[in-house]
Design a protein around this ligand. Structure first.
Ligand code: NAD
Length: 434
């Protein structure tokens, strides 16, 4: 099928490349000229496992093209995916300006029947909103359908998720568009759940808010564990054995971040507010998360009367492993707080240092190797559960540190073993008495 994907970020690029891989003819569009030039030369703007090889192969086999022209892309395709950003406004409301702009451009260029697919995460009612904008911009009468097809891929496993996701959701009132989308997705052999557009739009927000709530829930259990001598890792294991609960998203830690959970939870609160509905549970989900991010600082405050001049090493800057995305990562808030308190900060991340430098305009000393970042430190803060951190030689870490405070914000090490090796080890939701 001939398909265009407008917005070549984490979602658009992965969607476009994966749909090319299963034999479609794809044009990816972005207004960022540099990004498009680089992509034409096989240079990726993001890190995502398996993506680079697939992208280069599909460019080589002439199934994947890049352009900055929405007009060309609209003419090229029968199906047009909208995958631009929908960030939060300052007040938490969903910023629809990128979607609205693209809808207008599509309307101006529409020359024959096409299906426009809302893949961006957008509020309930956006299928109608996009259809109205397109209709207003049409240069001549032409038939089109707008449908909802929210995206559930996770950064870090986005390619795998596209090929082996749990479900594909299609929200549509058009039989014709629904059939074409079923034909497109059939090779992926996933469960396709077809529903009305409003339900599809809400499924995305409800899913993310639910998962975020699961994280805040286990973090509150972690706080109870710390006061009772229980161990949250054990509690989570025991809970997860119940199939109704499931073991996933029960890792206590320093909270969630990223480009989706915080903004989608805020977005759902706003959707509720506009309907005069106070979505209390997820307001608390966010509040708990804000407090949880500051756990490492609270632990440091108990250990150092004053953080001025204390040498701290931050291991891990991304909100989760296997991505270079630092949007809304807990590390950003933690580092800002450390800086405010006068700590000296060293940082290491396997792939996100350049992204961090762009966002954190602070005097941080960045390193390209974990041990170099740790040398001479009074305290290590482990903030992302990168696999390579699990494989660090802890004896070597101990020998390199000045004072041996180790705060494990993701509970990747075993407290007893770390303490036996001479660390002042602190985790989340475990007995932190040394
Ligand atoms: P992103 O910021 O990485 O990419 C968005 C891209 O759209 C950018 O490259 C930008 O230049 C481009 N763009 C903006 N306006 C444009 C225009 N008028 N014409 C052409 N290109 C334009 O965003 P993302 O992380 O890929 O997210 C996209 C959407 O998918 C959001 O709504 C997000 O909530 C949703 N989503 C994201 C994820 C994720 O893990 N990142 C997962 C599921 C859903």
């Amino acid at each position: 099928m001939k398909i265009s994907v407008i917005g070549t970020g984490y979602v658009g690029l992965v969607t476009g490349t994966c749909l090319a891989e299963i034999g479609n003819d794809i044009t990816c569009v972005d207004k960022d000229h540099k990004k498009i030039e680089n992509l034409k030369n096989g240079i990726l703007p993001i890190y995502e496992a398996h993506l680079e090889d697939m992208l280069i192969r599909n460019i080589g086999e002439n199934r994947l093209h890049f352009t900055t022209s929405v007009e060309d892309a609209v003419r090229h395709a029968t199906i047009i995916f909208i995958a631009v950003g929908t960030p939060s406004h300052e007040n938490g409301d969903i910023d629809m300006s990128q979607v609205d702009e693209v809808a207008g451009e599509i309307g101006k260029s529409l020359d024959a029947y096409k299906i426009i697919v809302n893949k961006s995460t957008v509020p309930v009612g956006s299928v109608k909103r996009v259809a109205e904008i397109i209709q207003r911009h049409l240069k001549r009468e032409v038939e089109f359908d707008v449908i909802s097809n929210p995206e559930f891929l996770r950064e870090g496993s986005a390619v795998l998720d596209t090929f082996q996701g749990d479900r594909i959701v299609i929200g549509s009132t058009s039989k014709k568009a629904t059939k074409i989308l079923h034909d497109l997705y059939r090779p992926l052999k996933q469960k396709i759940f077809t529903t009305d557009p409003e339900s599809a739009e809400l499924i995305k927000y409800a899913s993310n808010a639910f998962l975020a709530t699961k994280i805040s829930f286990i973090n509150e259990i972690a706080n109870i564990c710390e006061k009772t001598g229980a161990n949250v890792n054990e509690v989570a294991k025991g809970m997860g054995l119940d199939k109704r609960i499931g073991e996933k998203f029960l890792n206590a830690g320093i909270g969630f971040g990223g480009a989706c959970f915080p903004k989608d939870v805020k977005g759902l609160i706003k959707i509720g507010e506009k309907l005069n509905y106070d979505f209390r549970i997820i307001r608390e989900t966010l509040q708990v998360n804000e407090e949880q991010k500051m756990k490492p600082i609270m632990i440091l405050d108990n250990l150092f009367p004053d953080l001025r001049g204390v040498q701290i090493t931050v291991l891990g800057l991304t909100f989760k492993p296997d991505t270079d995305d630092i949007r809304e990562a807990p590390s950003l808030d933690i580092i800002n707080e450390l800086h405010k308190r006068g700590a000296k900060i060293k940082a290491y991340d396997p792939i996100a240092i350049e992204n961090a430098k762009r966002v954190l305009k602070l005097p941080i000393h960045y390193f390209h190797e974990a041990y170099d970042a740790i040398a001479g430190s009074d305290a290590v803060l482990l903030l992302t559960e990168w696999k390579e951190f699990k494989e660090l030689n802890v004896r070597k870490i101990r020998s390199l540190m000045n004072r041996r405070v180790f705060i494990d914000g993701r509970n990747i090490f075993e407290a007893k073993a770390m303490r036996a090796k001479g660390f002042e080890y602190y985790g989340i939701g475990i007995d932190n008495c040394q």
